[in-house]
Design a protein around this ligand. Structure first.
Ligand code: NAD
Length: 257
């Protein structure tokens, strides 16, 4: 383990542009369960509540489940060491960009700036009538479904439901990151969700080195990962941070992060 962390740190310190690609696993130590696997959200709730067409036809039922999962249940989650080390890496020009599949806003709360959300953000709510945006605390969820103060339209969390398209800005930023990066650090994702799961494969095809942190092997581990560090994201990233931040940079002038 220590040897892998040292190798990962060496790669990151030499990299001119590094991208972090994160999934639900990075937020598990913040108390937010993943969708799949033991204790996953889909073991308790039916994924159809997040299908766009079902939401439109059943806004009361769908909003009741969404409110329980995304607002009552993980509304108070705070960033953990993994989010914080990534934010510190960005500050020290060791990380260029984060592409996240998560919708929990924890990268931004940790202080990261260059965050591209593949699946939107649960802290924003959008009116399907007039497209006005609300911040989550400004909308009462006491009675569901919530409606727009301006036009009375149905409000929807601004994350990507099954059956909806991926935000164009996230797609463009991901393609660019795949071609621009020397190193991808993949944290806490199964690599099962299309089309986000293709981004690391594109990066590898473009010549990128892949570091992966996960408690379990993923779709990437046996195929494109160069350094697999098995364990909890917060614990591993804390160790990686100690290694990275105590080592002087030797190629600062080349860095474009
Ligand atoms: P997933 O739920 O399919 O898989 C979670 C992955 O995290 C697994 O590979 C698991 O082994 C790993 N993992 C679990 N605990 C970990 C830990 N402590 N440290 C490191 N790794 C750990 O998640 P996914 O691959 O990201 O895809 C599911 C989709 O679900 C995402 O696109 C995302 O939109 C959504 N989602 C988001 C959140 C969130 O915002 N926090 C939570 C659940 C699901």
């Amino acid at each position: 383990m220590e040897d892998k962390i040292r190798k990962a740190s060496d790669l990151l310190l030499k990299s001119r542009f590094t991208t972090a690609f994160t999934g639900a696993g990075i937020s598990v130590e913040s108390g937010i369960p993943p969708f799949r696997g033991n204790g996953g959200i889909w073991a308790r709730y039916d994924p159809k509540s997040l299908e766009y067409a079902w939401f439109i036809d059943h806004p009361v039922e769908s909003w009741s489940i969404i409110k329980t999962i995304f607002y009552d249940y993980f509304g108070n989650a705070r960033p953990n060491k993994a989010h914080l080390v990534l934010a510190e890496m960005e500050k020290r020009a060791l990380l260029g960009r984060i592409i996240t599949q998560n919708i929990d806003n924890l990268h931004q709360e940790a202080g990261s700036k260059e965050v591209f959300e593949f699946h939107g953000n649960s802290k924003r709510i959008v009116c399907l009538g007039c497209h006005r945006y609300y911040i989550v605390g400004s909308v009462s969820l006491d009675h569901v479904p919530p409606t727009c103060r301006e036009c009375g339209g149905l409000l929807k969390p601004d994350f990507v439901f099954f059956g909806e398209g991926i935000p164009q800005s996230a797609l463009s930023a991901s393609y660019e990151a795949a071609s621009l990066s020397d190193v991808f650090i993949i944290i806490g994702t199964t690599g099962e969700v299309m089309p986000a799961n293709q981004i690391p494969f594109m990066a590898k095809s473009a010549g990128c080195s892949i570091i992966e942190i996960n408690t379990e092997p993923s779709n990437y581990t046996g195929s494109i990962t160069d350094i697999f560090i098995q364990g909890k994201a917060g614990e591993i990233m804390e160790k990686l941070g100690v290694e990275l931040f105590s080592t002087p940079l030797d190629n600062d002038e080349d860095r474009i992060n």
